[in-house]
Design a protein around this ligand. Structure first.
Ligand SMILES: [Fe+2]
Length: 389
C-alpha cells in the first residue's frame, strides 16, 4: 500500500483571505522576527480578526531551528491553548510549527516523536502553513527537519499527522524575498523535484507534480532572481516549490539531500545552497551506475526541452542545465567556492560521511552508495571535479 497526501491548498492573488473562513478561537502564529518586520504577520492577523480568532505570535524561530526553540514555542502553546497553529515563513518556521503542534497536542518532546505513533493531534489543534520563500515545500509535506545543536546533526522527523491541513500560497508573501534567498530556496525546489522523480519511493501520483515543477523552475527561477518584482515568475516559483514538495514528500528526496544535510549540520550552509551544490555531483554518480535514474533524467530533459536523443546524452545535458541555472542564480558550483577551507572539510570527512550514510534519502535511490563512494562524492564536490565513478 502507498499513500499520497496533500493539504487543502488556497493559492493565487489574495489567497490569505481564505483565513477569514476558518472556524476557531485562538491561533498561535509561529514565525521569525524578519517576517514580523516585513509586515507580513499584519496581513494574516487582519484576516484572523475577521474570522473572530484571537492570535498570538511566537517569532523566535532561527535558521536551522533547534529542539530548544520547539520546546519554547510548545511551552507558549500549552499556556495559550490554540486550536490552530499557523507556521509562517521558510522551512524553518513551518517545520517549527509542525513540531509545535506535535509536542503541544501529544505532550511529548521533539525527539520522542515517532513516525509510527498516532497522536490524534487534530483533537487539539489543526495546522496551516504559509510559505514566504519558494523552495522547501514544507507547506505541502509532513517532513520536519530540526537541528540537534548538541550533536551538530540535522534530525528528520514527522509523520502523516504532520501534513498541514491547509497551505496558503499568496504571492504577496514572497515578493520581498532577496535574490540570494530566491536562488538558494529555488535550488532546493529543483532538487526536491528531480530527486523525487527518480526516488525509489516515487509513484504515479508524484510523477506529475514533480515533472511540472522541474519545468516551471527552469523557466522561472532566473527571472525571479533577476527581477524580484516579476510577479508572474514569483507566483510560478511559489507553486513549483509546493508541487515539488508534494512530489518528494509523498516519495523521497535523494543523495543531494543526504550530502547537503551533512554539510548543513557541520558547516551551517543554507539548506537550498547545500543541496543544490551537491545535486549535480550526485546525479553524475547515479548516471554512472543506474540505468533507471539515467532514463528518468532523460525523460525530464526531454519534457523540459533541454535535450532530445539517447538517454545518456539527455541525462548529461540535464546535469549541465542544473549547473547553468545554479550559476545564473548566484550559487557556488563547488565547495571550494564557499568560505569552507579544504583542511577543515577534509578533517570533517568522517562526520560528513557518517551523517550522509544515516540519512533516509541515502537508501531511497536507485544506486545506493557505500561510505567510500560518499567520501569520493564529497571530495569531487569540494574540488569541482565530475563524479566519474
Ligand atoms: Fe530540501
Amino acid at each position: 500500500m502507498q499513500f499520497f497526501g496533500v493539504p487543502f491548498t488556497a493559492f493565487g492573488d489574495d489567497s490569505l483571505q481564505y483565513l477569514n473562513t476558518i472556524l476557531g478561537k485562538r491561533a498561535l502564529i509561529v514565525t521569525d522576527k524578519n517576517i514580523v518586520k516585513l509586515g507580513l504577520i499584519g496581513l494574516i492577523g487582519a484576516e484572523l480578526k475577521q474570522a473572530n480568532i484571537d492570535y498570538m505570535v511566537f517569532d523566535e524561530v532561527e535558521p536551522d531551528p533547534s529542539i530548544q526553540t520547539v520546546m519554547k514555542s510548545t511551552a507558549i502553546a500549552k499556556d495559550y491553548k490554540p486550536d490552530w497553529i499557523i507556521g509562517v515563513g521558510g522551512g524553518s518556521s513551518m517545520d517549527t510549527s509542525k513540531s509545535t503542534l506535535v509536542c503541544y497536542a501529544a505532550n511529548i518532546t521533539p525527539l520522542d516523536m515517532s513516525p509510527s505513533d498516532f497522536y490524534n493531534l487534530r483533537a487539539t489543534a489543526k495546522l496551516i502553513c504559509i510559505p514566504t520563500t519558494s523552495g522547501t515545500g514544507s507547506e505541502a509535506t509532513w517532513a520536519i527537519v530540526l537541528t540537534d545543536t548538541e550533536n551538530e546533526r540535522k534530525v528528520g522527523l514527522g509523520s502523516y499527522e504532520t501534513l498541514p491541513d491547509i497551505a496558503i500560497l499568496d504571492p504577496r508573501m514572497v515578493m520581498s524575498m532577496p535574490p540570494q534567498i530566491t536562488g538558494d530556496t529555488g535550488m532546493d525546489a529543483l532538487c526536491h523535484a528531480i530527486e523525487g522523480y527518480v526516488a525509489t519511493w516515487r509513484s504515479i501520483f508524484t510523477d506529475g507534480p514533480g515533472l511540472v515543477a522541474i519545468k516551471v523552475v527552469f523557466e522561472n527561477l532566473k527571472k525571479a532572481f533577476d527581477n524580484g518584482k516579476d510577479e508572474d515568475a514569483r507566483k510560478m516559483m511559489m507553486y513549483a516549490a509546493s508541487m515539488a514538495g508534494t512530489s518528494f514528500g509523498n516519495g523521497m528526496a535523494g543523495l543531494g539531500h543526504s550530502t547537503g544535510h551533512a554539510i548543513g549540520g557541520l558547516f551551517h550552509m543554507p539548506h537550498g545552497r547545500a543541496v543544490g551544490l551537491y545535486l549535480p555531483y550526485t546525479m553524475e554518480y547515479m548516471v554512472n551506475g543506474s540505468e533507471e535514474a539515467k532514463a528518468r533524467y532523460a525523460v525530464i530533459a526531454r519534457f523540459c526541452n533541454i535535450a532530445q536523443g539517447d538517454d545518456k546524452s539527455c541525462a548529461l545535458k540535464l546535469i549541465a542545465a542544473v549547473r547553468d541555472l545554479a550559476k545564473n542564480v548566484g550559487q557556488p558550483l563547488a565547495v571550494k567556492d564557499t568560505n569552507i577551507k579544504r583542511d577543515a572539510y577534509m578533517k570533517a570527512m568522517p562526520g560528513l560521511v557518517d551523517r550522509a550514510v544515516n540519512e533516509a534519502m541515502t537508501i531511497a535511490v536507485t544506486r545506493v552508495p557505500d561510505a567510500e563512494e560518499l567520501e569520493k562524492m564529497f571530495v569531487c564536490a569540494y574540488d569541482g571535479k565530475p563524479c566519474d565513478f
